[in-house]
Design a protein around this ligand. Structure first.
Ligand SMILES: NC(=O)C[C@H](N)C(=O)O
Length: 334
């Protein structure tokens, strides 16, 4: 049963920008500009998409997702909540740049309380490129967002025929159209010319674990990238500039040099929330294996990469959850 009682699902498309809305301007040079084409015009250019759903399109922002920020996130939440509360929609599609798509997806999953499908979509080639991938991706996202079987699966990402879950998806290639992967969990489904299929039945993903403050910004959480020959400087700088939390993009199993770990322990003692993640790109970060987390007052990110650990930690601190064991428990929730 659709929100409006009509045969087609009602899908709200919210444009934020990105390469999917990018346009080359040959006269201005070789680079293309992100976020030039409105979501409404992207939809209008796709033959047959109007047969999939009753579509309405609105623009939230027109930016490359390298510039994604708290204000756009708060605006998205406000609009989506209103659409769901007013029973306007059966599904939501968000057009978005790919660079920070996984962060927006994971952010929304943590604050939206709904089983309505929320689908993020982007492209790797601008809308004016030969073989632009945006139209097919947007068509597929519309199929996913309008399908009853997509309900209750949390926030989804659709690109290149593949459906991913917000917790696991990562951008893994700088330029390839096959860039989104879920290294630790695999995709949740596929959408191609012939079919839309999920690999597992929906296991209600607990959305909205956390409250969103009334207005941005979220508390400052810095990511510190670990490397050979590392000292304490980056950690100390983060503390000096007022970071309330630090995520370590550690080497290997979330490790770092003695100097950096000592500085993180000192920061934790002062009340900065420290979460160890990894720069590796896949795998779990385990507690108390190479680093004495219990003793030093750290939490670990488990399967969350540094950029998603940062999003979760911002939200936890905003909700007053700063005790390392409470932070650890929150990271463990699927
Ligand atoms: N393919 C893309 O969308 C990259 C672009 N820089 C963005 O994230 O907006």
């Amino acid at each position: 049963q659709q929100a409006s009682g009509t045969a087609l699902a009602n899908v709200l498309v919210l444009g934020t920008g990105g390469t999917i809305a990018g346009q080359a301007n040959a006269r201005a040079g070789n680079a293309y500009d992100s976020g030039k084409v409105s979501a409404a015009n992207l939809i209008a250019a796709i033959p047959g998409i109007d047969k999939l759903a009753e579509i309405s399109a609105e623009q939230i922002s027109s930016i490359g997702s390298q510039d994604m920020n708290d204000k756009v996130w708060f605006d998205l939440v406000k609009r989506i909540r209103a659409a769901i509360d007013n029973k306007e929609v059966d599904g939501v599609v968000i057009t978005h740049g790919t660079d920070t798509m996984e962060e927006t997806a994971f952010f929304l999953q943590n604050v939206l309380d709904t089983d309505v499908p929320i689908v993020l979509v982007g492209s790797m080639r601008p809308s004016t490129a030969i073989g632009a991938d945006g139209p097919a991706n947007l068509y597929d996202a519309m199929r996913v967002a309008s399908a009853p079987e997509s309900r209750g699966r949390g926030v989804l990402v659709v690109l290149n025929d593949t459906i991913h879950g917000a917790r696991w998806v990562q951008k893994t290639n700088t330029t390839s159209v096959q860039t989104f992967r879920s290294p630790d969990a695999g995709p949740v489904g596929y959408v191609d010319t012939g079919s839309l299929r999920f690999l597992q039945p929906a296991v209600a993903i607990k959305t909205a674990k956390l409250k969103l403050p009334d207005a941005p910004p979220l508390p400052r959480v810095d990511i510190i990238y670990s490397h050979a020959n590392m000292d304490a400087a980056e950690v100390e700088d983060a503390v000096k500039r007022g970071a309330k939390g630090i995520v370590l993009a550690g080497v290997g199993d979330g490790n770092s040099s003695k100097g950096a770990i000592d500085a993180l322990a000192a920061a934790a003692k002062q009340g900065v929330v420290v979460v160890r993640s990894t720069r590796v790109g896949s795998g779990y970060v385990n507690r108390n294996v190479e680093v004495e987390d219990d003793k030093l007052g750290f939490a670990v990110s488990l399967d969350l990469n540094p950029q998603k650990a940062r999003v979760l930690l911002e939200l936890l601190i905003a909700n007053g959850i700063t005790d390392p064991s409470a932070v650890q428990q929150a990271f463990a929730q699927p």
